[in-house]
Design a protein around this ligand. Structure first.
Ligand SMILES: [Zn+2]
Length: 251
């Protein structure tokens, strides 16, 4: 029995550490101190946030633990206050299909269509997550995607009440550097010259760019640090983590 499991954790399933170890590849790269911090964050996220299941779906310890572990990893270098804008976490079994009506390109027309969503985060609203996608990404970070990282990154961005791809940064110089680097990378992506790591979806707007870049930062950190050191640097500075170093030291 490990040190972590011996500590009394009434809010979590007895086998929470087995769940995280089996379900989240990142766990293998964390040292004891980081695991302890993450354990505290998992417990806090499970107990202080409201969890809801989509109609007909039921939440399990595994679902809550794995999503909380991914959300916790994102703020391993920050603290729980970073999720002040997260109230409710709603979990769907898989991709959500919504019927949406929106304005068409021609004035006065509307376009009806079905939209498939893996997740959603809106200012002041819940975080919505498709469980099958979250589970797959936690096991296979090498694909570079993670709906939990993505949606919770949007929540970090919303903490300053502006959804613009620039989260709260410690001072003006840091903010200037952030805007300079991210604007440059965003423009490259929009021009189709963003490289192979950052998904084209990040070209939608600066907020999506931050969320997509966050997915790459945590899931393909060594490649991002090598191909886009400036972008890696500002994300490392904001998240106060060096996931590329974690991967390298465990190789
Ligand atoms: Zn998004």
């Amino acid at each position: 029995m490990s040190f972590l499991r011996r500590k009394l954790r009434t809010a979590l399933a007895d086998n929470w550490e087995d769940i995280v170890e089996a379900s989240m590849a990142h766990w293998a790269h964390l040292d004891d101190g980081e695991r302890q911090t993450l354990a505290d964050l998992i417990e806090a996220i499970v107990t202080t946030k409201r969890w809801e299941a989509a109609n007909g779906f039921e939440l399990t310890d595994e679902i809550r633990t794995v999503i909380a572990a991914q959300a916790g990893l994102l703020i391993l270098g920050l603290d729980l206050d970073a999720y002040d804008d997260v109230g409710t976490i709603i979990v769907h079994p898989s991709t959500m299909r919504f019927h949406r009506t929106s304005s068409g390109d021609i004035a006065g027309t509307v376009v009806d269509g079905d939209v498939d969503l893996l997740g959603e985060a809106s200012y002041g609203g819940p975080v919505v997550i498709a469980w099958d996608s979250a589970r797959r990404s936690a096991r296979h970070p090498e694909h570079g995607h993670d709906v939990v990282f993505h949606e919770f990154a949007h929540k970090l961005d919303m903490l300053d009440h502006v959804v613009d791809g620039t989260p709260l940064l410690r001072d003006q110089a840091t903010r200037d550097r952030w805007v300079e680097v991210c604007t440059q990378e965003f423009k490259l992506l929009r021009a189709g010259q963003g490289g192979h790591l950052v998904d084209q979806y990040g070209a939608t707007n600066p907020a999506e760019f931050f969320a997509v870049a966050t997915e790459v930062f945590f899931n393909r950190p060594v490649e991002l640090a090598s191909h886009k050191p400036d972008l890696y640097g500002v994300l490392q500075d904001f998240y106060r983590q060096d996931p590329a170093d974690r991967v390298r030291r465990n190789r």
